[in-house]
Design a protein around this ligand. Structure first.
Ligand code: F6P
Length: 319
């Protein structure tokens, strides 16, 4: 292994920079040349690749976003697009590629691996929905961003004795909603993994009001409903007027937490280690604080680890 490339793709997440830094520094430490691929798979197809030195990744460990930029790229879903990418990788003489991202990024890494170019997937998405790891890079930061927002919303909800609906990200996965709702003391949490019963939610709101509860917070994952739409449903059922906050992309920004920086550093360096051992086609992760790796060709077939016990607990604690 003489030359390793690194790219970030899909929705960015805080800690991607720390992972890039780890890949580059670990490679150079071991005498391997490191190359940054800009703008995800679309930059790869266009050959937007530069050789990195130690200083190329200085002063980024604490920054959100990704210095390599990111993209969602339809063309790379085709065989032709993937071939263009492989041609660029070969032209630069690269022997392995570290792909930092979520589901779509893993599919790209899988395709490249299937076509003979060894990739390692490093899980980075605020959604925490990648199988083969307990935590993805960026989830902890996003969780804390959402919690900060919930705490602020709770202040005004209390002052005005209002019910608030907070819409958080998570198209297919409810981890952001579940963890922030549990940690933020939300009365109701709606996640894509569990059905909800509007009558039950309405009854809980009303019985809360009967016993003098003045405010409520409902967390809705975007994959279940939009906040405004759910507010209409609540109003139709209860006549209770709510206020809605859609947190949107602020959840994806900000300086990564210590947890995410450490996770990113460990996973990025581990990806390089695997390539050095000649083990391409893997997806790295952390389970019970141990570094693990799975087959990138099959890892996405596993279900993501939604913790239904925590969901049950959140219901018990919000009576
Ligand atoms: O994949 C992360 C994520 O933030 C999802 O939670 C969200 O649904 C999606 O990206 C939004 O993507 P975009 O920024 O492309 O609209």
């Amino acid at each position: 292994m003489k030359k390793i490339g690194v790219l970030t793709s899909g929705g960015d997440s805080p800690g991607m920079n720390a992972a890039i830094r780890a890949v580059v520094r670990k490679s150079i430490y071991h005498g391997i040349e490191a190359y940054g691929v800009y703008q995800g798979y679309s930059g790869l197809m266009a050959g937007n690749i530069s050789k990195f030195e130690l200083g190329s990744v200085g002063d980024i460990i604490h920054r959100g976003g990704t210095m390599l930029r990111s993209a969602r790229c339809k063309e790379f879903e085709t065989k032709e697009g993937q071939q263009k990418g492989i041609e660029q990788l070969r032209k630069m003489g690269l022997d392995g590629l570290v792909v930092i991202g979520g589901n779509g990024s893993y599919l790209g890494a899988k395709a490249l691996t299937e076509q003979g170019f060894p990739c390692i997937g490093v899980p980075a998405t605020i959604d925490n929905d990648i199988p083969g790891t307990q935590f993805t890079i960026g989830f902890d930061t996003a969780l804390n961003t959402v919690l900060d927002a919930i705490d602020r919303i709770r202040d005004t909800a209390t002052s005005h004795e209002r019910t608030f609906i907070v819409e958080v990200m998570g198209r297919d996965a409810g981890d952001i909603a579940l963890w922030s709702g549990l940690a933020g003391g939300a009365e109701t949490i709606l996640v894509p993994e569990e059905d909800y019963d509007l009558d039950d939610i309405a009854e809980r709101l009303k019985s809360g009001q009967r016993r003098g509860k003045k405010h409520s917070i409902i967390i809705v994952a975007e994959g279940v409903s939009s906040g405004p739409k759910f507010a209409e449903e609540i109003f139709a059922k209860t006549n209770i007027e709510t206020r809605v906050s859609v947190l949107g992309h602020i959840q994806r920004g900000g300086n990564p937490t210590g947890f995410d920086r450490v996770l990113a550093s460990r996973l990025g360096a581990y990806a390089v280690e695997l390539l050095m051992e000649g083990k391409g086609g893997r997806a790295v992760g952390v389970v019970k604080d141990k570094l693990v790796n799975d087959d990138i060709l099959t890892v996405l077939e596993q279900p993501h680890n939604f913790q239904s016990d925590m969901y049950k607990l959140s219901k018990e604690l919000s009576i």
